[in-house]
Design a protein around this ligand. Sequence first.
Ligand SMILES: NC(=O)c1ccc[n+]([C@@H]2O[C@H](COP(=O)([O-])OP(=O)(O)OC[C@H]3O[C@@H](n4cnc5c(N)ncnc54)[C@H](OP(=O)(O)O)[C@@H]3O)[C@@H](O)[C@H]2O)c1
Length: 336
Amino acid sequence: MRTAIIDPIGLDNLHLVERPAPQPGPGEILVRLRAASLNYRDLIAAGGGYGSMQKQGDLIPLSDGAGEVVELGPGVSRWRIGDRVISCFCPDWQAGPPLPGCFDHDLGARCDGVAAELRTFREDAVVEIPESLSFHDAATLPCAAATAWHALIELGEIGPGQTVLTQGTGGVALFAVQIARLAGAEVFALSSSDLKLDRLRALGAAHVINYRADPDWGKTIVKLTGGRGVDHVVETGGGDTFRQSLRAVRIGGMISVIGVLGGARAELNIPVAIMQNVRLQGISPGSRAMLRELVAAVVQHRLAPVIDRVFPLAELRAALEHLRARRHIGKICIDI
Ligand SMILES: NC(=O)c1ccc[n+]([C@@H]2O[C@H](COP(=O)([O-])OP(=O)(O)OC[C@H]3O[C@@H](n4cnc5c(N)ncnc54)[C@H](OP(=O)(O)O)[C@@H]3O)[C@@H](O)[C@H]2O)c1
């Protein structure tokens, strides 16, 4: 089978190689992968950015894959040959709150990922794809969409009449816009590009702001909300945005701390956080149970993931460069 390999770690060392087909062990299934999608973290992992928390060589990249079951290992009871499945980002987190060890086998960093024609999975490490979802649409869900779902629905409990702020037009941000809209919330969305702001409006954002043209956008959000601030900030900008986010959120509101696009460190003005009674909530992509709920909601609400471009597996390097250039809107997919 063909697989992408990064060895030694570093994007320049990404190759396609032939490997023997893996064999499913007891309790495992063999999946013929058909599609994958990229996340910003794939660039971090390709560069070895997770340090000792990731494989430093011979890494099969990418966490989000969709395909069909082609072989069952001994004792498998949940799946049949031909079933269509997506990968869980953290297979050790099945349900309930996160517990120590639940991130120990994240795909495409600590463990091999899905940029391969065949991969074995524990039978509880995948979720069924409903008939109405294509492999490509399904492959966009395990990381970016699940993170937005975890933040807004599972922990944020966002609903009609509430307000949500999103940052940029990457995978997490666009799913946050779509999920906030399906929950009935009003969306305030930021982007660096006026063209992309039009796309955000088309997706249902009620208010859009160019964060380059208006670097003091936290103040603008307060003005636009009649002095109140937003209920929920989906914080993906990190170092560049955190200070403005703290300004934009309402008293008693929530900042979902998710991303590091503009740097991994930010200064916290502690008195402001205290006086604002703000809730800072670290977010990860969530449990298998959350992914199943997300998939059900995507189908029920006919949510269409925004796919910017599809590259063949042989052009994975070019796809990652496209992600790094930040010209995309939404998700970049890989055809396997
Ligand atoms: N905690 C978790 O579990 C989790 C899960 C998924 C992702 N993440 C993190 O969340 C972030 C987003 O991931 P992603 O995969 O959605 O990324 P992505 O698709 O690569 O998003 C890139 C887009 O974000 C916007 N952006 C870039 N720098 C920005 C900045 N300084 N301030 C505001 N917006 C900025 C740009 O949009 P415009 O061109 O429109 O400005 C850019 O095109 C990453 O840091 C990633 O590591 C965390």
